[in-house]
Design a protein around this ligand. Structure first.
Ligand SMILES: [Zn+2]
Length: 278
């Protein structure tokens, strides 16, 4: 599933290609993928910006006819969703669910494709984050100043769950999934099975720094591509070459040489070094 670094890479890859373009027509091949479409027309929208919140991609729109009327396309990729920019209109496949026809200096197409079809696109009012409960409840952005030591410390102290489950909880901090959660805990030297409330202040700071480091590093390597994830141009990321624990069970830990193990923690396959992570 695309996590913060992957969604951010998709965003950055699409900004120069679609910002300032107009959605002149929308093809809906699978209506269940597009939510709220009945409420607003699906053409005549100028794309003014692309933002990201947690694992959501947000596309800001203004109506080209009524100047002050705006809207927001909110996209969650879930397992296998892809948003692909094309300079030629291709024949849709059975996995092409939504197609936006774009007009700028040239014509182009933006296809939402999804093999598993869990991904969703919501059409909301301008700055309509509150219309969607998933978005309204999100915790702070980990790479922003909003994510303070104080707020993180207060949240983990109240948790009865494992620190792994706490990091995956989008209301604690937004955008972390299984890959970057495991990598951050390894870097901080913290066992994912530990109770969140057992972390010392020093460990809390270490973990917060580690989260910021792995997310930034992930963005720098254009995300992690194991199977499905690609950016808006279909390009793969290469952070998978730099992972220290994720999907490396049975291999040697880069620090101590002992075996990386995989265990179910917080309902997810969790990778860690029992020797380095206390
Ligand atoms: Zn180790």
């Amino acid at each position: 599933m695309p996590e913060l670094p992957e969604v951010e890479t998709i965003r950055r890859s699409l900004v120069p290609l679609i910002k300032g373009y107009e959605i002149i027509k929308t093809d809906i091949f699978h209506p269940d993928v597009l939510i709220n479409a009945g409420k607003r027309p699906l053409r005549g929208w100028l794309i003014t910006d692309l933002r990201r919140r947690g694992k959501y991609l947000l596309i800001d729109l203004i109506n080209t006819n009524k100047k002050h009327s705006g809207a927001l396309l909110m996209i969650h990729f879930r397992m296998t969703g892809k948003l692909l920019h094309r300079t030629e209109e291709i024949v849709p496949t059975k996995h092409t669910h939504i197609r936006f026809h774009l007009q700028g200096p040239t014509k182009s197409w933006l296809d939402f494709e999804d093999v598993r079809r869990f991904g969703r696109i919501w059409l909301l009012a301008a700055f309509g984050e509150r219309e969607n409960p998933g978005l309204a409840g999100l915790g702070p952005e980990p790479l922003s100043e909003d994510w303070t030591y104080q707020s993180f410390r207060e949240k983990i102290q109240r948790r009865k769950t494992s620190i792994k489950a706490t990091l995956l909880d989008q209301t604690v901090v937004a955008g972390i999934g299984n890959i970057y959660g495991d990598e951050a805990l390894f870097l901080a030297g913290i066992n994912p099975q530990r109770k969140a409330s057992s972390l010392s202040p020093e460990e809390t700071i270490k973990l917060q720094d580690a989260v910021r480091f792995v997310l930034t590093d992930g963005i720098g390597h254009r995300g992690t591509s194991f199977r499905d994830y690609v950016d808006g141009l279909g390009g793969k990321g290469y952070f998978q070459q730099f992972l220290k624990v994720y999907q490396r069970e049975g291999q040697k830990c880069a620090i101590c040489g002992n075996q990386i193990v995989k265990k179910k923690v917080a309902g997810r396959g969790t990778h860690f070094c029992p020797h380095c992570q206390k």
